[in-house]
Write a protein that binds this ligand. Structure first.
Ligand code: SAM
Length: 248
């Protein structure tokens, strides 16, 4: 991605509580399902952002957590939060790309990715990230998905342009199974998960709107469109947690 745009994204998001839809309760709920099923000693958090979920993963499991993101500014915010909580020895941060993961095969009991797999695509993530799981290990991702078979064409066109892999939950589950995982569960993010993300985003948008930087303004306009689409059509889609397991 163009460095100017990457800097704009980093500046826009780094002081927000999270960089994608989600909630502490939803993270804990998905995690509790897994912790009932197997021991978790090593966790990889891909696309951690400023760590909305990273520190929960560390605190709830007590496991060693490797958290990875391509934006150094996000990692710096996470580092400060981590150190304040005394988790420096438990949580290691990696400035890296999610398509060049610097880890050995079969290293992790759990790979976690909230709101980030879309950057590579759901299919890519399942195919490639799974290799880093130990046999019997878990993969948990949150992913935007359709909740209805029929919907307005304008909405379908919008998301097809922005994320062509967006699909029905049933199709995602089928894909999980076709790719050799077993499905542990799929659940919808409660609406508060969107508010946790969109309310701070809307405020930031208001503060910056009308800038004379054309690249920033174009980025803000894209966010405005996304917010308007959500307001109008949110009954047709949602974020879902997909919880899956690599067979032994
Ligand atoms: N998980 C965080 C959360 O829910 O608040 C952040 C989600 S945000 C929507 C997606 C994250 O993926 C961002 O932090 C972004 O920097 C990171 N990201 C995007 N593309 C990436 C790539 N190719 N390699 C590593 N990180 C990437």
């Amino acid at each position: 991605m163009d460095q100017q745009l990457l800097k704009i994204i980093a500046d826009f998001y780094q002081d927000l509580p999270r960089q994608g839809p989600g909630s502490t309760r939803a993270t804990k709920w998905a995690l509790s399902r897994i912790m009932e099923m197997g021991a978790i000693k090593n966790v990889l958090d891909i696309g951690c952002g400023t760590g909305a979920q990273t520190l929960i993963l560390a605190q709830e499991t007590g496991a060693k957590v490797d958290a990875l993101d391509r934006v150094q500014d996000f990692l710096d915010v996470l580092k400060a939060k981590r150190d304040k909580l005394g988790l420096k020895d438990q949580v290691q941060l990696h400035h890296a790309q999610m398509d060049k993961l610097p880890f050995e095969p079969e290293s992790f009991d759990l790979i976690w990715s909230e709101g980030a797999i879309y950057n590579m695509g759901f299919t890519y993530g399942l195919k490639n990230w799974g290799k880093l799981l130990k046999p019997g290990g878990f993969l948990v991702v949150s992913e935007i998905s359709w909740t209805t078979e029929s919907r307005p064409q304008l909405l379908t066109d919008y998301w097809n342009n922005n994320y062509p892999e967006m699909d029905l939950v049933s199709a995602k589950v089928r894909l999980i199974e076709m790719m050799g995982y077993s499905t542990i569960g799929a659940f919808a993010l409660p609406e508060v998960g969107w508010r946790n993300y969109y309310e701070p985003v809307s405020q930031r948008l208001k503060d910056l709107d009308g800038t004379d930087n054309p690249v920033l303004q174009s980025f803000l306009d894209q966010i405005k469109t996304e917010l308007n689409i959500f307001k109008e059509y949110k009954q047709y889609y949602n974020y879902f947690f997909y919880i899956m397991r690599r067979p032994d």
